[in-house]
Design a binder for this molecule. Sequence first.
Ligand SMILES: *Cc1c(COP(=O)(O)O)cnc(C)c1O
Length: 235
Amino acid sequence: MDGCSGSVGDNVRHILTTIRSVAARSARNPDSIRLVAVTKTVGVERIQEAMSAGVTIVGENRLQEALPKIERLGRKHLRWHFIGRLQRRKVKMVVGLFELIHSVDSLELAEEINRRAEQAGLSQSILLEVNIGDEKSKGGWAPTSVAASFPELSRMSHLRIQGLMAIPPLAPDAEVARPYFRRLRELGRSLTRSGCENINMDELSMGMSGDYQVAVEEGATYVRIGTAIFGARRD
Ligand SMILES: *Cc1c(COP(=O)(O)O)cnc(C)c1O
């Protein structure tokens, strides 16, 4: 995997440069692609190293782990995204604290987020997680079922639905992920003219350490990268 051997700062700079060059050769605007540094299991000092090298968005997948980090690092120089499975009982604390929730995997969860956002008097930005490989072990909307949820989602007026997120089936080779990334982009495109005021399909959160270059080629606007920045996790 590229970028694993240097310092955190070197890794971040390498990835940011790679994203820009892949964007250029794919005729994409490099500014439309944002790096989400995945900081699960990573301590505050190393997150600060990443920030010094240009990281402005971090992704956490456990609320309990994220809270003390948010406390220490604040939300002024760092934007916090929630990327993990979200339990209903934790929604109340996540809403408003995280700028974007990537991992909204059911209508019931969307409903709860909407309810809590309404109580808090704010709008919560979210992405809809799509089970792009139709895997039994994974949650999320089946690709064919997203459109059917739009009438209900459109009534959740405290949600700002920004697009789609997916994690393709685990594969040893990034090229295996390409058709899944492409399928997510095509799904987003087919849903674009929803006509619903609180739903747009501008964002595609796809691509991780092993396959982010392919994801950028296929239209990712957020790539979520942990290992290639911080090294292997022991989780
Ligand atoms: C851990 C995680 C990532 C980052 O994975 P790496 O392979 O370490 O880059 C991305 N997305 C989600 C949802 C994750 O949980």
